[in-house]
Design a protein around this ligand. Structure first.
Ligand code: SAM
Length: 569
């Protein structure tokens, strides 16, 4: 029995049988009919090796299997399984694969001639893998540093990245790789080095973003990469498939299939129903550049045209006017944030330190609810425009309260190590800024909730905010609010930033919202949008809000020269 902690530390989430066979079949499609040496460098209980062996056998292709794993127990299990299916040519190694491989030009390789000493390098025709997905810092400083040095890694990385480098070294020129990893690198800024590495070293054959299809039980959303190792280091075009659950699917033309695998194997894209759930499958050609930065673009040609139309008619991006900030972070919310301060009666800290807080629970697109009357104990002030921590001696009640929670607050060692006071907020932001008008929106939400605060409230760390310190900023904020709350921008967000989580939730990272397109702020249409938004912010009648939202949708679409979107599909 694998215990949870062990799985977390070694990244041992085993691939289910069906997904293993699916991956093996995709690889076999590109395999040459010759003797193929197959490697799984982190084979766990051997599911992928077995699937690859079975599929090659069924295609009458000769093969041998090699497995590595750092865990002997898993390997023993694999050994038994291989015996059962009578694979003759199999070797299993109880070794750390990242140590077994030599890395060319590595700073620790002393050889003058840059020759490989390891037999693993350049030896395999097929690599099939689901490498561990573990942040390297979990391994401990020494091991993490050794890995960074060997694989020339910068910053915090996940173990699957050095594995990708090592697996590439182990492949012969022209060899095939089929890997399952997290899909994070497809769209994140930090995934840029992985995307670059893969496009430089492989002819990309297939990229399948399995989105929220829950094909296996890992905490991350999976993706499959299939490539052929190439000599020439230039990016090549590739086909992609992405599949996401589509709970808003209004399209009645969907195809009924038995399983996600059937959906993947059918050439057709579109809407599918699998066991009562609806999915949208998109296919197309991977492109290498989009407006949002150096990402891989996974859009159908229709979607790509729609995004380009908006990009081309946009006059500005949010980042031309504003920086998006994150809210305050206390790292001890139970001490600093509450809606029950009054209950403390005499023990309540001084009122001037208790400030109203906007938190994601209270935000709606056009107004804030007061479901929770949250206040934050905010021990920061501004003196001559400079951010300062209060002198606790001037606030005896706050001092008493903080002392009551001294142990919890002082456990924030990083704060003390940074030479800060033990009762500070970890990220207080600048106290002078709260008084200005601002847009506030939750980091995670199923729909856009960009709320306009006319000033005064502090913003919680589960939200981002955009502050306008000049009078002329107000119209810009209102325009952004209108654009950002529209269905059109939700569609744009999904297509360009591709960061949907399970159950339709989206991330509204600052780096995304800063890239939102805007029409010319001085245009007549922008003024119309601003006027509708002002009415929306003042209305509390649901019917009126619905009518105004439709008007807004029409105007936002007109401002970008596309058709309005009343329902998201
Ligand atoms: C995500 S599991 C995948 C196992 C198997 N390939 C599958 O798909 O079912 C990752 C495996 O990597 C192994 N592992 C972790 N670090 C390793 C290393 N440095 N060298 C070799 N194996 C390692 C773990 O023991 C675990 O079995």
């Amino acid at each position: 029995m694998r215990i949870k902690e062990q799985i977390k530390n070694t990244g041992a989430t085993f691939t289910p049988r069906e997904l293993s066979v699916f991956l093996a079949e995709r690889i076999a499609y590109y395999t040459q009919p010759k003797q193929n040496k197959v490697l799984d460098p982190a084979c766990g209980e051997g599911e992928l090796l077995l699937a690859m062996g079975e599929v090659l056998k069924a295609n009458s292709i000769d093969f041998s299997l090699t497995g590595y794993d750092a865990n002997e127990q898993y390997l023993n299990f694999t050994k038994d399984r291989l015996k059962h299916i009578e694979v003759r040519n199999a070797e299993l190694h109880h070794k750390d694969f990242l140590q077994a491989i030599d890395i060319k030009n590595s700073r620790i390789l002393p050889s003058l001639f840059d020759e490989y000493k390891s037999e693993v390098n350049n030896s395999f025709d097929i690599v099939i893998a689901n490498p561990p997905y573990v942040r390297t810092q979990i391994l401990g400083t020494e091991q993490a540093q050794a890995l960074s040095k060997k694989f020339n890694l910068k910053g915090r990385v996940d173990l699957y990245y050095p594995f990708l480098i090592a697996m590439t070294e182990s492949l012969k020129e022209g060899g095939l790789i089929g890997v399952i990893t997290s899909n994070r690198y497809l769209s994140t800024k930090s995934g840029e080095s992985v995307r670059k590495f893969l496009s430089e070293n492989y002819e990309i054959l297939e990229l399948i973003d399995l989105g929220d299809t829950k094909l296996f039980n890992a905490a991350v959303l999976p993706a499959i990469f299939i490539g052929r190792k190439k000599q020439q280091r230039v990016p090549s075009p590739a086909s992609f498939i992405k599949v996401y659950e589509d709970s808003n699917c209004y399209n009645s033309d969907f195809i009924s299939v038995e399983s996600i695998y059937e959906l993947l194997n059918i050439k057709q894209a579109g809407y599918f129903s699998v066991n009562g759930k609806l999915y949208k499958k998109t296919t197309g050609i991977l492109k290498y550049k989009i407006a949002s930065g150096a990402c891989w673009e996974m859009l159908s040609s229709e979607e790509s045209e729609w995004v380009s139309k908006i990009d081309n008619s946009a006059k500005n991006r949010v980042e031309d006017f504003f920086k998006v900030k994150v809210g305050i972070k206390s790292t001890a919310d139970k001490v600093f944030i509450s809606d029950k301060w009054e209950k403390l009666k005499e023990e309540k800290p001084e009122d001037e330190l208790l400030k109203e807080l906007i938190s994601q629970e209270n935000i709606e697109p056009w107004n804030a609810t007061d479901n929770f009357k949250l206040k934050v104990l905010y021990p920061h002030i501004s003196i001559d425009g400079k951010k300062q921590t209060i002198d606790i001696e001037n606030y005896p009640k706050a001092k008493k309260y903080f002392l009551k929670h001294e142990e919890r607050l002082k456990s924030r060692k990083y704060l003390i190590d940074a030479g800060r006071k033990w009762f500070e907020l970890w990220v207080p932001q600048h106290p002078d800024l709260w008084k200005f008008p601002k847009l506030v929106f939750p980091d995670i939400s199923t729909k856009p909730r960009f709320y306009f605060d006319y000033g005064g409230k502090i913003v919680n760390g589960n939200c981002y905010w955009i502050v306008g310190v000049k009078k002329t900023d107000i119209d810009k904020l209102l325009l952004i609010q209108g654009i950002a709350n529209s269905k059109l921008m939700t569609k744009y967000h999904d297509l360009v930033f591709k960061n949907k989580l399970y159950s339709g939730r989206r991330r509204y990272f600052s780096q995304y919202v800063e890239r939102y397109p805007l029409p010319n702020i001085n245009s007549a249409i922008a003024k119309e949008i601003i006027s509708i938004v002002k009415n929306l912010n003042q209305s509390d009648d649901d019917k009126v809000i619905l009518r105004l939202e439709s008007q807004l949708e029409i105007k936002v679409a007109e401002s970008f020269g596309v058709e309005p979107i009343f329902k998201l599909d």
